[in-house]
Design a protein around this ligand. Structure first.
Ligand SMILES: Nc1ncnc2c1ncn2[C@@H]1O[C@H](COP(=O)(O)OP(=O)(O)O)[C@@H](O)[C@H]1O
Ligand SMILES: [Mg+2]
Length: 256
């Protein structure tokens, strides 16, 4: 890490003893654990323009949520804007992603219990009264399709214009909007003491279509009826149809 960045980080958290690159890296960022005398922090850095925009959004949402204390997320410490990169400092949480926990689990009973707790956690989140401050302007899905269009035009996505046009004409019947995580895969929820207890990677957290979260949540075990059952023992508020699942998982998600 270059000296000027290290100095800026130290202005926020005090003098640094040690820096470790994490084994489990993200898709859009580089993550490091930073140790000071008394505790540790997570430094999340992004370099590409698209991902820097997301990191900035994540910093803003984290900051807002830290004031509210209604949704379980890491603590916000600071955001550093550099010339070629941006850096978000948050609390380092002891635990692991649900993806890692499922890999590590030694029995299908344990896996089902983890997945059930994911369902429960997401259920409780979607049932909460939406925070006014998280509401974006206009319709969430419309906004996502506009963003997708700009990603296509600027060559920033693998999704095709043909798929996008299809999604525009085949919008699902609207449902009541709720708070959503916005990238609710097993990679972005954290397991602590055997249960999903925390959201990470929250750049997309806003008020939107809960079927998007639900579809991304189940994408990893869509073809495993036992795991799906476990998820829906926890998530009892709604069950996406096959069409809705494909619209969101293999449709909208392709562009992000
Ligand atoms: N607050 C945190 N505490 C501990 N580990 C974290 C924290 N935030 C992220 N991580 C780790 O860093 C990885 C990447 O973080 P994430 O925010 O999901 O990045 P990306 O946007 O690149 O997917 C996660 O899979 C997790 O292992
Ligand atoms: Mg992630």
């Amino acid at each position: 890490m270059d000296e000027s960045l290290q100095r800026k980080i130290e202005e926020v958290i005090g003098s640094i003893n040690k820096i470790n690159l994490l084994d489990e890296q993200g898709w859009t960022s580089e993550v490091r654990r930073i140790f000071t005398g008394d505790r540790s922090y997570l430094l999340k850095s992004s370099y590409k323009e698209k991902y820097r925009t997301w990191l900035k959004a994540e910093a803003q949402v984290l900051k807002i949520l830290n004031k509210k204390k209604i949704i379980s997320v890491p603590e916000y410490y600071g955001f550093i804007e550099g010339k070629d990169s941006d850096h978000l400092i948050m609390s380092f949480e002891d635990g692991m992603t649900l993806t890692a926990a499922l890999t590590k689990a030694t029995s299908s009973t344990e896996r089902k219990s983890l997945i059930r707790s994911f369902g429960q956690f997401l259920h409780q989140f979607h049932e909460k009264e939406p925070l006014e401050i998280l509401k974006g302007e206009g319709d969430w899905l419309e906004g996502q399709l506009i963003k997708a269009q700009s990603y296509v035009e600027n060559g920033q996505t693998g999704g095709s214009i043909k798929l996008l046009n299809h999604l525009k004409t085949k919008k699902p019947t609207p449902v009541i909007q709720t708070m959503i995580h916005g990238d609710c895969t097993t990679d972005n929820v954290f397991v602590i003491n055997g249960e999903v207890q925390l959201f990470i990677d929250i750049a997309g957290m806003t008020v939107g279509d809960p079927r998007y979260d639900e579809s991304l949540a189940i994408r990893k075990f869509m073809d495993n009826p036992e795991y799906l059952t476990a998820f829906y023992e926890g998530y009892t508020r709604y069950r996406v149809t096959k069409e809705e699942f494909f619209y969101f998982d293999e449709g909208v998600y392709e562009f992000f």
